[in-house]
Design a protein around this ligand. Sequence first.
Ligand code: 4AD
Length: 464
Amino acid sequence: MKRTEIAELYSKKAELGGKTVTVCGWVRTIRDSKALGFIELNDGSCFKGVQIVFESDKIPNFTEVAKLNVGSAVVVTGELLLTPEAKQPFEIHAAQVEVEGQSTPDYPLQKKRHSLEYLRTIAHLRPRTNTFSAAFRIRSAAAYAIHKFFNENDFVYVHTPLITGSDCEGAGEMFSVTTLDADNPPRTESGAVDYSQDFFQKHTSLTVSGQLEAECMAMAFGKVYTFGPTFRAEKSYTQRHAAEFWMIEPEIAFADLQDNMKLAEAMIKFVIRYVMETCPDDIAFFNQFVDKGLVDRLQNVIDSDFARVTYTEAIEILKKNNDQFEYKVDWGTDLQTEHEKYLTEKVYGKPVFVTDYPKEIKAFYMRMNDDGKTVAAVDLLVPGIGEIIGGSQREERMDVLLQRMKDFHLEEENYWWYLDLRRYGGTKHAGYGLGFERLVMYLTGIANIRDVLPFPRTTGTAEF
Ligand code: 4AD
């Protein structure tokens, strides 16, 4: 059996008109009168479905097919007939309908609008809906675009470990990995858990970022990137935090913060352009049903230069509007989502890089600026979401780095290999992390991170 995907039927319809084709998919709707029936079939290859016409004098199992429930899996062979006058440009007149799997009448996805909250409770079935099939196709296209971008720019794709003995962000929001008995772990004389008896003979966790290892690789290859899952045990019940999310982390040697921002801007524009070109129907769907300004907004990002502002300047702007915020800002406070959105939506109306944050609110590895108060950090804020990228120029000076580690109470012995990078041919270097889910939210207009992850993990949710 040569199977043709529905997307291909649309792209090659002129050539396939009058020919026999075989399609495989799931019944979206079905109706019949005595001798004639219609199925709308979807296979997930594109946004659209195809209409199947089945008749009692053309297929032997007409009664069986007429009794199919929504959700059933079928393989249909028949002639593709062009119907230029009709709403759909073609239909398939079935010569054979093989029922692979009947669905029961209580199929949870009926032909009505289901709420996103309800669909989250059936994450195993929701990819079959229009919204989620479009979202996950865009997710796939965006992932490909990222690899394509870095590949075309001569970056080496490196795989960094998921199990790690160090805390990159120093925020202590890590999930422990251990083979010890959680209820009754062995203990040392002092009463602490004795990790020497653990599989790794030390305490390990799931990684919050591949950055430190990516830095090692950048010191060998010059330009590298990672693209993998990361984990954070932060109890944030927000629409943009997940416990398991994917991060893209480029790292470039002989580069500073300016180079970092240039790379980030080029990457974001490349991915948006690629997704708009390759998924026009999916983007049009989101523009119509989810976020009416989506296409204009994405086009605007491609066409404009991202704004740049220092943290200190941003605080001055925000302070003038403190009465509008739940959390009041002052120099030294971290920016909350409401501040980020204000800056990018109300002040700039486009993506904005905020640079040079106070050293107290950023990670230990960020390069100290000459003022001794701020570090060479950068966040990219975008309208609708807020922060989607966090990055920095890294501290390459051993003495400054050691002092920063001390300030953060980090044990030198856990980072000896990281310090070696400064010992053996250290150079200025920079990198950033892009939260992949936040990018997909940006590309689709979907407001909740739970709806761009196929199987989201957030506090209290690991059902599937
Ligand atoms: O700003 P963050 O914490 O930066 C780092 O982890 C650096 N080590 C990256 C680097 O320089 N290589 O996180 C980077 C991005 C954020 O801007 C955000 O988009 C995303 O990761 N992110 C999350 N996305 C979903 N859920 C969470 N809990 C997230 N935490 C961070």
